[in-house]
Write a protein that binds this ligand. Structure first.
Ligand code: ADP
Length: 526
């Protein structure tokens, strides 16, 4: 099978979070299963700087909305044999402070809609064989709102590749005013409930959710959650409507990058049989942050975007009470300035116990994951979450809110789970600082008073296997399904709903009329 990934991140060329990790590692896991996978990524300046092999121009395209030719540059993902097409439009993907999506103050770049529309049009042209590459995919796998227009653009063509669209985070939808829709010159018919209109706005993510043949998200639990009104970000109706085409595939971890026995970024490699060496990583971390190098003092890590989704505010609220315990904590993150400031202030107040590094550091993330005893993730919602999966492998016990993929990957240390040796961490239910503090205290008690259970949790966590092979097989099975029977031009209904109430903009669309027989999905149907 020939598959083209359409993604705005792929580690190590570009990464702000889990999307980058997934699109940097799933393609090679699929390749190992025999598929021909290529990745189409915006040619950000920072991505061009991280390319390690050669780059050659393979095509130049005329794309509406961009007055210069959009060049297609071919390279390989560093340290992988995965071909990458870099979509080059220097005015759009130039070097900017902050992230590819936001300025340093967390405001969206004003030209984001244009940037990802031009990117999507170029990817659609590649996928339709219009760039003269001599390679056309059987299937395009689009990721998140930044690639949302790709399935919509492809659906306009009778002969087109099949499409799969993955939601990595439903909260990010790419919503813009009506004027933007007009400025982008999108087909007028798309301004409809069964198109890209969403409560009077243009929704990029609807391009994927309405038009892709199959939808996936990154954990079975999140796939169920996003079909509920309380978790569906206003678009749960559409997801319920497409439920028979929505599959939850749990993300995998790239153990080539995240394995303590073979991690060049940590102080001393270790594994389940050489756990004593983990203590050297802890000592190095304590030294780095100027803490007492006390082997028995529990050290908690938190690595995250600093946003309400991740429960940063809950953590901030909890810290003053937590600091009355004998504990040390290190936080690494960037995001909303108010949270960065609050963490910096707290670190100044508790210099011997709390350190906050505001910024982005891949190296520090590895060192913290290896050196800490516990990893805290109090997310309000969490599509999959990768840090808890990495932590398990590093023998760093996760403390997580029971939501999304966190619930799918961490087994709470209940008496039964401990007795059956299944427990790997600590969960809490309510999104409150009180519940978080309780869970942290439960973990601290076990660490301090029950060394046997603690060792058991660490060992059980390190035994877990979340490698990509399982996830790649699930995607491969889904791709096969998407290709059988051959793709039809219009997966979504074209009839304009007449007497529908406004509320249905969130998705109660007419049943699909493509005439395809829905086949059972390969895994975890919602
Ligand atoms: P999300 O994609 O919602 O941000 P995930 O848990 O799926 O969350 O993935 C987060 C990834 O980004 C992990 O690899 C994590 O280590 C990394 N990460 C997040 N913030 C930082 C940071 N400030 N510095 C380094 N790595 C970070």
């Amino acid at each position: 099978m020939k598959i083209l990934f359409a993604t705005s991140e792929a580690y190590p060329l570009s990464k702000t979070g889990g999307l980058g990790d997934v699109c940097g590692s799933l393609p090679s896991a699929l390749q190992a299963l025999g598929d021909d996978v290529r990745v189409a990524l915006p040619a950000y300046q920072h991505a061009l700087e991280r390319v390690t092999g050669g780059v050659r121009e393979v095509a130049a395209l005329t794309v509406p909305g961009h007055d210069q030719p959009v060049r297609v540059l071919e390279t390989l993902l560093p340290e992988r044999a995965v071909p990458v097409y870099l979509i080059s439009a220097p005015a759009l993907f130039d070097d900017r402070p902050g992230t590819p999506y936001h300025d340093p103050d967390g405001r969206e770049w004003p030209d984001n809609a244009l940037r990802f529309a031009v990117y999507s049009r170029a990817v659609a042209a590649l996928a339709l064989g219009q760039a003269g590459l001599g390679w056309t995919p059987d299937l395009v796998h689009g990721h998140d709102w930044t690639a949302g227009l790709v399935p919509a653009l492809l659906a306009q063509h009778e002969r087109r590749p099949a499409t799969v669209f993955t939601v990595h985070n439903l909260a990010h939808q790419g919503l813009y005013p009506r004027e933007t829709f007009d400025q982008l010159g999108l087909p007028p018919a798309w301004w409809a409930l069964d198109g890209l209109e969403f409560y009077g706005q243009l929704s990029f993510i609807k391009g994927g959710l309405v038009f892709a043949d199959w939808l996936t998200t990154v954990s079975p639990n999140y796939a169920r959650e996003i079909c509920r009104p309380d978790m569906g970000c206003g678009i749960d109706g559409l997801l319920r409507h497409r439920r028979d085409r929505l599959v939850g595939v749990l993300n995998g971890a790239d153990y080539d990058v995240w394995d303590p026995s073979n991690d060049p970024l940590i102080t001393r490699p270790y594994g389940p049989d050489t756990l004593a060496r983990k203590a050297e990583n802890k000592r190095a971390l304590q030294r780095l942050f100027g803490f007492a190098e006390a082997p028995g003092t529990p050290l908690i890590a938190h690595i995250s975007r600093l946003v309400p989704q991740k429960g940063t505010d809950l953590l901030i609220e909890t810290i003053p009470r937590l600091m009355s315990e004998q504990v040390q904590m290190v936080v690494l993150g960037r995001g909303e300035p108010r949270f960065a400031q609050a963490l910096t202030d707290l670190a100044a107040r508790y210099p011997r116990q709390l350190a906050a590094y505001v910024g982005y550091s891949e190296e520090l993330a590895h060192r913290m994951t290896a050196g800490a005893d516990m990893f805290c993730m109090p997310s309000r919602f969490e599509p999959c979450g990768l840090n808890q999966i990495y932590s398990l492998r590093y023998g760093t016990v996760p403390i997580v809110r029971r939501t999304g993929g966190l619930a799918d990957t961490v087994v709470d240390a209940s008496a039964e789970a401990v007795a059956s040796d299944a427990a790997t961490g600590f969960q809490f239910e309510q999104a409150t600082s009180h519940a978080l503090l309780e869970a942290l205290r439960r973990a601290l008690r076990t660490y301090g008073q029950d060394a046997k259970t603690w060792r058991q949790l660490v060992a059980a966590g390190m035994r877990q296997d979340f490698s990509w092979e399982r996830g790649a097989r699930a995607y491969q099975a889904l791709y096969r399904q998407a290709l059988q029977p051959p793709a039809q031009p219009e997966p979504a209904p074209r009839s304009r709903p007449s007497a529908r109430v406004r509320r249905e903009a969130s998705g109660r669309l007419p049943r699909e009329t493509s005439g395809r027989v829905p086949l059972p999905p390969p895994v975890a149907k919602v």
